[in-house]
Structures are given as C-alpha cells and as structure tokens.
Design a protein around this ligand. Structure first.
Ligand SMILES: Nc1nc2c(ncn2[C@@H]2O[C@H](COP(=O)(O)OP(=O)(O)O)[C@@H](O)[C@H]2O)c(=O)[nH]1
Ligand SMILES: [Mg+2]
Length: 346
C-alpha cells in the first residue's frame, strides 16, 4: 500500500510520515498529497489566532475535547467528527515538552484516536511555513478529519495568510493586554469572525469584552466599505479580496468570554463557530472563501516556481552583477528587473 492509500485507510503513522514529507517538500510527499487532494474538501477549518500567551493552545485543547464529546454541528450520520489540531506557533509549539507536560491542556485529548495534533516545525522562511501548513491541512482533510483547528500567532502577514486558509477565524485576546486591543482595532479586527476574551477568570475580562465590542462597533463599517482600511490592506486582501465581498456581508462578529483553565464559555464558543459555518453555507460565502484560498495558494506556488525557473535560466554572475549595479545606484531596482527579464517573455 502506498503512502496516500495508507493515509486514506486511517493509518496514523503513515499520516505522520506524510506530514513530515510535506514539510520537507519531499517530491514523494507532494505526489501523495496530489493523490489525496480529491478526497478532501469536507473539513471545517477553524483558525484560532491571537498574541502569544493569550491561551490559544489551551483553548484549542478545550475546543477539541468539547467537539469530540458533543460534535460541532449536525452531520449526515450523527457521528462525532474527528478533530485535527495544526499549531503554527513557533513561539510555543503545541507538542513541545512544556505543553505535553501541561495536564490541564492535554488530559482530555490523550489517547483519543479521533484527535490528531501536529505542530509545524518553525522554518526559515515564513512562505515555506504557509505552504507546508496548507499541505498539512489538505492531508488532514483527506484523511477524514472533519474539523481542523489551526492555531496561529496573530502577528505578521504570513500568519494572517495562514489564517486565511480557515473558514471561520477566531481572534483571541486576554485581559490586561491593553495595547493589543489597540492592535486589534488597527488590524486584526477585520479578519475576526468571532472575538474571544480568554482568561475570563482573571480581573479585567469584562472591560476587555466591552472594549472589543466598542472597537467592533467603530470598525464594523470598514468590513464592508473598505473605508480607512488602506493601512491594513494586506490583511484585508489576505482574507477578503474585495471590499464588497459578499461573505463578509451580513455577518456580525460576536465577542465572547472564555476561560480555558476553568473550562468556561467553551459551549458558547463552539455554538458561535457552528453558527458562522452555517452562515457561510447559507450565504455562499464558503465557496467564495474556497476560491480565494485556491487562488492564493496557486499564486504562491506559481511565484515560487517561476522564481526557481527564472534563476535556472540565468547565469548566477549576471544576476549578482545586476544586484551590485543596483547597490551602487547605477540602476534602480525597477530597471534591473526590466533588464533581467528582457527576452524571457518572448
Ligand atoms: N488564568 C488563566 N490562564 C490561562 C488561561 N488559558 C491559558 N492560560 C495560561 O496562559 C499561558 C499561555 O497559554 P497558551 O495556551 O500556551 O497560550 P498561547 O501562547 O496563546 O498558545 C499558560 O500558562 C496557560 O496555562 C485561562 O483561561 N485563564
Ligand atoms: Mg500556543
């Protein structure tokens, strides 16, 4: 049995091997991934993003445990969904010793074969990380994990792009991170389908919830009109290609409070996620998100491929000479690229 078949038969070791091969961009792994691709497309992908330390991993573990016990939304068979967790957080890897040792987070998941946890190795280039994450999610989807929770740090553009692979994006905050509420106002707000103030057991949670609600009320018109979003266009583009994109219309993000440690607020959060997924289905938003995701993924692959191809058709000296000329300001970067690509198009 080849790797792809083994994965389709539910072989967890084969799945782990495949994910490693995908991360290494191993040609056999990428071939297996292509063979698996037609089997995917069934999973609900939920992005959990927010600043380091706000409790994303803890919350993800609670969500996974809750969904394994109660399901996410009614399925055709009534069977409980298999849940995969993909943690893209180089600052605190989900399966690192610190977290495996944390009984609160892992207790409910250990030994459940319906749960698969994958921590993405931190790689040199974030572009590589985004590609590897996309491949990992495709593989888990094909392997029959109907719910895929993707944890990312809400920091830069690459993370936002990774979050763009999700159907539903949950942005997590914690009380006492006042500056981050500002940051959310400035940028993360428009990618949030649901906002969560975690650590609701700590003082200041109510205040954070009202601050976020206020920020949302101010920021909400931007979600559809695009006015005032130029400074954050990268994020908007990553998630909602056009300002008038129908899938951002008609959805009002909710603000919820949770405590991953005390295990409170989780049922409401799961209900909100299910509600958003239902909204996407009903509004046609799911298809447009899929189309955007495919476009982005293909553009990224195309860019990588074209740059490889370009360099393989060019003498390294010529390229380095041209870089040197730009450094000495004999050429502008614009002119350099003009010269380098002359003749390639024909
Ligand atoms: N008081 C409190 N602490 C929490 C809560 N959720 C997570 N933590 C703690 O916050 C720290 C960071 O949690 P972690 O899940 O690794 O955050 P991440 O970096 O966002 O993934 C850990 O020490 C957790 O035990 C919560 O609801 N309440
Ligand atoms: Mg984490």
């Amino acid at each position: 049995m080849d790797l792809a078949e083994a994965v389709l038969h539910g072989d967890r070791l084969a799945l782990a091997r495949l994910l490693t091969a995908i991360e290494n961009e191993d040609p056999d792994g990428l071939r297996a991934l292509s063979a698996l691709y037609p089997h995917g497309g069934k999973a609900d992908r939920i992005g959990i993003t927010g600043p380091p330390g706000c409790g994303k991993s803890s919350l993800v573990a609670r969500l996974a445990a809750f969904i394994r016990r109660n399901g996410l939304r009614p399925g055709p068979t009534g069977e409980l969904p298999k849940v995969a967790v993909v943690a893209v957080d180089p600052s605190s890897p989900f399966t690192g010793g610190a977290i495996l040792g944390d009984r609160i987070r892992m207790r409910d998941l250990a030994g459940d074969t319906g749960v698969f946890i994958r921590s993405m190795a931190s790689r040199g280039a974030l572009g590589g990380l985004a590609r590897a994450t996309a491949g990992t999610v495709h593989a888990l989807d094909a392997a029959g994990f109907q719910v895929i929770l993707i944890e990312t740090v809400g920091a830069g553009q690459a993370e936002v792009e990774i979050a763009g692979a999700a159907h539903t994006t949950v942005v997590v905050e914690a009380p006492g991170m006042g500056d981050d509420v500002q940051a959310i106002k400035a940028g993360i707000l428009e990618i949030a389908d649901i906002l969560v103030v975690n650590k609701a057991d700590l003082p200041g949670a109510d205040n954070a919830v009202s601050q976020l609600r206020a920020a949302l009320a101010l920021g909400y018109p931007d979600r559809t009109s695009g006015v005032g979003m130029h400074h954050r266009q990268d994020q908007r583009l990553a998630r909602r290609e056009a300002p008038t994109n129908p899938d951002s219309r008609g959805w009002t993000p909710q603000v919820l409070a949770t405590s991953a440690v005390k295990d409170t607020g989780i049922p409401d959060l799961v209900q909100a996620v299910a509600g958003h997924l239902q909204f996407l289905d009903a509004s046609g938003g799911r298809q447009s998100l899929e189309a955007q995701r495919v476009r982005r993924e293909m553009e990224d692959l195309l860019q990588t491929r074209l740059i490889h191809w370009f360099h393989s058709h060019l003498a390294a000296d010529g390229y380095n000479d041209t870089v040197g000329r730009v450094v000495r300001r004999e050429l502008s970067p614009q002119e350099a690229v003009e010269i380098l690509t002359k003749g390639l198009a024909g």
